[in-house]
Design a protein around this ligand. Structure first.
Ligand SMILES: [Fe+2]
Length: 283
């Protein structure tokens, strides 16, 4: 029998009583999905998975698609991304290690954003490297009325790496031209629960439509300052063999880079969508 144990924060629950390495019954799969919608972040502890086992388990949550960054695919299972801070020679890979650090939502630069992400820990440093989550239903529900009034109904433009691509020179002008942009509501109605959640994020949101860059930046900073309040947050302290499933439609997440860089930190990851689709990426 599936057990759902809340972890004491504004989101997050541990699931016990199912084995992610085995096929789930229809009732178990439904209970898992219901717990996901209610708690936004789920943890299953103490069950090391192989790459194919993670792929098969992830399919209970929705449809898998290979990630845009092909370099990180598992060689046999393209739906699974290998995330690691050390390259094949044990040398620190700054790009690989710093993916996912800072508050963001996976895949909002796509027309059809990611529903959920599943992350499974394979190797961990001896301390640090938590993953933090923030509840964007709660950020909306408790937001001061004046700010709610100013942002509800607005639309934001998203692009891979958002405003950072402007300010940090990560992407060349020519590449920026080629990259598509997509539009999403600043406050979005969750397609399954019908509840409203803040749906801009510091990483991939480029600009609010119909405003000057300056006005848009100022408003985004005001929204982000609210959404980053600690009362919306909970942190996962990883153990090897943990599987975490998180919402990308009503929660932010951020990896912490405060771990010893010379120690291996390795995860398997899948990206889950609501529907199958041939055209996944707009850039
Ligand atoms: Fe992420």
């Amino acid at each position: 029998m599936i057990e759902v144990i809340k972890l004491g924060g504004p989101l997050g629950a541990e699931i016990r009583g199912i084995d992610p390495r085995k096929a789930l019954s229809a009732d178990e799969a439904k209970a898992l999905h219901d717990a996901f919608l209610e708690n936004l972040v789920l943890r299953i502890r103490g069950a090391p998975l192989t790459v194919p086992q993670l792929r098969d388990f992830s399919r209970y949550l929705g449809v898998l698609r290979p990630h845009a960054a092909k370099a990180y695919h598992d060689k046999d299972v393209p739906e699974v991304v290998i995330m690691t801070n050390l390259d094949a020679n044990g040398v620190y890979d700054k790009v690989g290690a710093e993916r996912g650090v800072g508050w963001h939502v996976d895949g909002t630069f796509q027309q059809d954003p990611t529903k959920a992400t599943v992350l499974h820990s394979v190797a961990l440093p001896d301390h640090g490297g938590n993953t933090a989550f923030a509840n964007m239903y709660q950020a909306w529900d408790t937001m001061p009325e004046d700010l709610r009034r100013r942002i509800d109904g607005l639309t934001a433009v998203h692009r891979l790496r958002g405003r950072k691509a402007y300010t940090q020179g990560i992407v060349s002008a020519a590449e920026m031209q080629k990259m598509g942009t997509v539009r999403h509501p600043v406050v979005r109605i969750h397609p399954e629960t019908g509840k409203k959640a803040v749906f801009v994020n510091p990483h991939h949101t480029l600009q609010i439509e119909g405003m000057t860059r300056e006005a848009s930046d100022a408003l985004l900073e005001e929204i982000f300052a609210w959404c980053e309040r600690p009362e919306f947050q909970w942190e996962q302290e990883w153990q090897v063999g943990d599987t975490i499933i998180w919402e990308n439609r009503c929660a932010w997440h951020s990896g912490r880079a405060d771990y010893p860089k010379n120690q291996l930190r390795k995860f398997y990851r899948t990206s889950i969508f609501e529907f199958g689709s041939a055209s996944t990426h707009t850039h």
